[in-house]
Ligand binder design. Structure first.
Ligand code: NDP
Length: 455
């Protein structure tokens, strides 16, 4: 049988979340009425939990008043656990509810990207030739746009105008706000797409009549608003959003005094990857998403919600988990990042250069070309999608700083593995259809899809 004291402790421990979230007024009143007698062991442990959880008024409540109060409401510790989990669910729902602040934060971000992005100088890059012979043009000034924004936010934080941890503090509500925005904007795209009479390749509506399908996959290839290409805009917003979340998580970490080696390496790898993305923003203009997918919920959700909020899981995880990295682990982690980055960037660059100039040297030698159209040397002679392999290694390097104690930080590389295998299959089918016998010849020459001797 439990002694009275240990029974109280058990009640306290199993119900403390419940207590922490009860109306502070009620508790504070009890404290005042009951006075401060009988504060003992239980009071201390209550105080400790109170600090850890909420830091609310009940910390000064005396032990007997607390037990009286609780026993009037709770019959045993099971009831307490059930109630505390329902309170947890309530608080989760509460933190998911969009506030006007999160709406304002999101809209300010989009307004900045739309207005300043149209003004700042940048290279104007022609996109691929569409089926009607036209080409879209993209203003590639993402790097400048991003650095200026970070600079402005930094200045705002310095002047105490914005809180550097604002995004990290409102992570869940920003997530739901962005999700609702994605649903809303794709419904608008669906309606305006259906009404469009434009017959150009980029704006011609493709309506199957199945509302869910059309909303999900989109109706138009490159819809625009006031001259802004929305597809390019959203992918840019997603990649910048990811960096902003990371920086905010970093700021929170510093504020709370829990900056670790793991956090530094995670931040550094992501920072370099995102910066590299904007440095090579023009390469985006020839990727599958830009040239082949229509703009529907799948892409908008992927760009605005999926990329920033799930690619940053490792950072969120490190906020509440501590990992001790050995020097060997750090070195191995850096190598995975560097090798992955070289393969990823090198392969994409080789293809990009080849498309611009089919005679461009590959690793210092003239390229091996099949049927005048397919590159079969360099990374493209090792595996048919070596660029995916590089991306996967980089993704793994973002998670390795979190150690191996939990699968949660590995969400991104696991997701990317599934996505890229699926994508490679779809691209393979598309290329087989487009290039016919020269693709078959390429397949014979380069039998590996992503990882030589494995897949
Ligand atoms: P690719 O850049 O690999 O583009 C595929 C296209 O390239 C093919 O459809 C074909 O198009 C052309 N091509 C294929 N093989 C050859 C060849 N041997 N010679 C010449 N042209 C060839 O695919 P993605 O657009 O899917 O990916 C681009 C990058 O983005 C990758 O590095 C990928 O890892 C990354 N990515 C990252 C994601 C993430 O969530 N982190 C998600 C998706 C992609 P054509 O008809 O023009 O010849």
């Amino acid at each position: 049988m439990l002694s009275q004291a240990s029974k109280w402790e058990e009640i306290i421990i199993t119900t403390v979340i419940e207590v922490g979230r009860l109306e502070a007024e009620v508790l504070v009143e009890d404290v005042d009425e009951a006075g401060a007698q009988e504060r003992g062991e239980i009071g201390v442990s209550l105080s400790h939990w109170g600090e850890a959880r909420e830091g609310m008024g009940y910390m000064t409540m005396d032990a007997s008043a607390f037990v009286d109060f609780m026993t009037g409401r709770l019959t045993d510790s099971n009831t307490a656990s059930i109630q505390s989990s329902s309170m947890d669910l309530d608080s989760l729902i509460n933190s998911l509810l969009p506030s006007w602040t999160s709406v304002a934060m999101l809209l300010s971000f989009f307004t900045y990207l739309g207005t300043v992005g149209s003004i700042l100088p940048g290279r104007i890059i022609p996109g691929v030739t569409l089926s009607d012979g036209t080409r879209l043009h993209y203003r590639c000034n993402g790097m400048l746009l991003l650095l200026l924004f970070v600079l402005l936010l930094g200045a705002g934080a310095w002047l105490d105008l914005v809180s550097p941890s604002a995004i990290a503090d409102r992570g869940l509500e920003l997530l739901s706000t962005t999700f609702i925005f994605s649903v809303f904007v794709t419904l608008v795209l669906y309606v305006t797409g259906c009404q469009s009479r434009n017959q150009s390749s980029s704006l011609k509506p493709h309506v199957t009549g199945n509302l869910i399908h059309d909303w999900w996959f989109g109706i138009q290839l490159n819809p625009q608003i006031i001259g802004i290409d929305l597809k390019f805009f959203f992918v840019r917003a997603g990649m910048m959003g990811w960096l902003l979340i990371n920086l905010s998580v970093l700021a929170k970490c510093i504020q709370e005094g829990i900056l670790s080696k793991s956090m530094i390496f995670y931040q550094l790898f992501c920072f370099l990857y995102i910066l590299d993305y904007f440095f090579h923003e023009e390469y985006m203009t020839s990727t599958w998403d830009i040239i082949a997918e229509r703009l529907g919920f799948m892409l908008v959700f992927g760009d605005l919600v999926w990329i920033p909020f799930t690619f940053s899981i490792q950072g969120w995880w490190l906020l509440s988990n501590r990992v001790d990295l050995t020097m060997a682990a750090v070195i191995a982690n850096c190598l995975v990042f560097l090798i992955g980055y070289c393969v990823f960037r090198g392969a994409n660059k080789q293809k990009h250069d080849f498309k611009k100039n089919p005679k461009a040297l590959i690793w210092g030698s003239p390229p091996k070309v099949i049927g005048g159209k397919l590159l079969a040397s360099g990374y493209w002679g090792i595996a048919r999608h070596c660029n995916y392999l590089g991306d996967l290694l980089v993704a793994l390097s973002f998670s390795l700083p979190c150690g191996l104690s939990s699968p949660v930080p590995y969400f991104y590389p696991i997701y990317l593995l599934i996505l890229l295998i699926w994508r490679e299959r779809r691209d393979e089918a598309r290329c087989a259809e487009k290039y016919k016998e020269i693709w078959a010849e390429y397949r014979k020459l380069v039998p590996w899809r992503i990882l030589p001797y494995v897949y």
